[in-house]
Design a protein around this ligand. Structure first.
Ligand code: UFG
Length: 329
């Protein structure tokens, strides 16, 4: 298929683009390079530098690249903590950018859409692990923006017959030899811990140790970025047959912040000093996915489910790219 990947210069988007190409698809990457890296875009992909806020640029993209079969929409502001401080980057920009993309997609007859959604839809789950029919209670303006985009998709299907899959990621992590996580500023636990191991930071701050969990720190379900990429490709391939759906993606196992740090100590051999600080606003205590539906419907099976292996893949990337893509540019 001919696939438009928005945010294809970012962490998950670039790795999924590479996997799409390896699976024989044609890829057009759209990215404004605000957070993404030109060096992350696979050379075999067509690259269009444009902003989703620019409807004229979107119209040109579809005119210049007719026959797009499907869209994977990664481009987004993605930080729970930031969204608590700058809600309208999320409640306005994420939502309007998605609406612009959907409007252009519908006008150009695109029938398949895969959305990067989030576990932050589930702030107050009644059951753990969390299944797709859990009630949606966004935990932050970020989660709310994704809930709103899922609603836009509902109407795109009703009005235009566009089929969609919303993939609610739990905690994406891990890297590949050539592409990995490089955010500025970095806010995610695993890359931060590895920056301590590289000697780039003195310590890792633990955001709260008074949560109702086994050691008082937050529990998350860490899922390898390659397994996320695989889920996207399976979802795209199944859309015509299965129709629209929503899936949670995680390994079904939760690790505390302390357990993540301990795993990093084991993998890197570095003591990784830590300091307990206050809670970060917007963080729920525990998020663990049930991916039973994804396994059952699409035959998804994570190839890298062990935290130690995920950490080792991230450590390999951080060692070979201590300054991220600045080392390959
Ligand atoms: N944490 C720390 N110290 C840090 C950074 C993080 O203790 O310096 C903790 C957080 O409080 C959280 C855990 O480590 O409990 C993971 O935090 P991340 O920032 O790595 O990831 P989040 O869980 O906040 O968010 C990620 C994605 C979101 C997505 C969410 C879904 O960034 O887009 O997972 O669970 F919505």
């Amino acid at each position: 298929m001919k696939v438009l990947v928005t945010g294809g210069a970012g962490y998950i988007g670039s790795i999924t683009s590479a996997e799409l190409l390896a699976a024989g698809h044609e890829v057009i990457v759209l990215d404004n390079l605000y957070q993404g890296h030109r060096a992350a875009v696979p050379p075999e992909a067509t690259f269009v530098e444009a902003d989703l806020a620019d409807r004229g640029a979107l119209a040109r993209l579809f005119a210049e690249h007719p026959g797009i079969d499907g869209i994977m929409h990664f481009a987004s502001y993605t930080l729970v903590g930031e969204s608590m401080e700058k809600p309208f980057l999320y409640l306005r920009d994420n939502v309007v950018n998605a609406a612009n993309l959907l409007e252009a997609a519908a006008a150009n007859g695109v029938e398949r859409f895969i959305l990067s959604s989030t576990a932050n839809l589930f702030d107050d789950p009644e059951r753990m692990p969390i299944a797709e029919d859990e009630r949606i209670v966004p935990g932050s303006p970020y989660g709310e923006s994704k809930a709103m985009i899922e609603r836009l998709l509902h109407w795109m299907e009703r009005v235009h017959g566009m089929r969609y899959t919303a993939l609610r990621y739990f905690n994406a992590c891990g890297d590949t030899p050539g592409r990995g996580e490089d955010h500025d500023p970095e806010t995610h636990l695993i890359p931060l811990v590895l920056q301590v191991a590289l000697g780039q930071r003195d310590h890792i701050s633990i955001f709260g140790d008074d949560y109702p969990t086994r050691d008082g720190t937050c529990v998350r379900d860490y899922v390898h970025v390659l397994d996320l990429a695989q889920a996207h490709i399976l979802a795209l391939g199944a859309l015509d047959e299965r129709g629209s759906s929503r899936y949670n993606i995680g390994n079904g196992e939760g690790y505390t912040v302390l357990e993540v740090i301990e795993t990093a100590r084991k993998v890197t051999g570095h003591p990784i000093p830590s300091i307990v600080g206050p809670r970060r606003p917007g963080d729920p205590a525990t998020l663990i996915a049930s991916s039973d539906a994804l396994r059952r419907d699409l035959g998804w099976a994570p190839r890298h489910p062990k935290l130690e292996d995920i950490m080792a893949s991230a450590w390999a990337w951080h060692q070979s790219h201590p300054h991220g893509y600045a080392d390959s540019e």
